[in-house]
Design a protein around this ligand. Structure first.
Ligand SMILES: [Zn+2]
Ligand SMILES: [Zn+2]
Length: 110
């Protein structure tokens, strides 16, 4: 299992492309990554005959695509400086750099 920057994610990857959904740590709002095609999708029937080659190629690209999706995802979420959770814009206070939960706890609701 790969480690995502949010607590929860869904892997939508198929034989042909790699895509992931990441969820806000507070409200589960979803963000879907832009699908990245598998480089050998056109030749998968050929590659599948070569035992293990297809799988290892796919696994390597899957891992890269996942890391890329994580980096992109971080631009769509905000990191709370108090609890380190990744939250959507709705759950984040720009002024205080913290999530709704932490700001509330500090007595300053955005
Ligand atoms: Zn949220
Ligand atoms: Zn927080």
């Amino acid at each position: 299992m790969l480690q995502s920057f949010t607590k929860k994610y869904t892997d939508l990857s198929t034989e042909d492309e790699f895509a992931f959904i990441f969820y806000c740590d507070v409200c589960d709002k979803a963000w879907k990554s832009v699908p990245i095609p598998f480089s050998q999708r056109e030749r998968k029937s050929f590659f599948k005959k070569l035992f293990g080659v297809y799988t290892s190629l796919w696994n390597a690209e899957h891992k890269d695509a996942f890391e890329r999706a994580n980096r992109e995802g971080m631009l769509h979420f905000n990191r709370c400086t108090v609890c380190n959770r990744w939250v959507c814009d709705d759950d984040f206070s720009e002024e205080e750099n913290c999530c709704a939960y932490c700001c509330q706890r500090n007595g300053s609701i955005k």
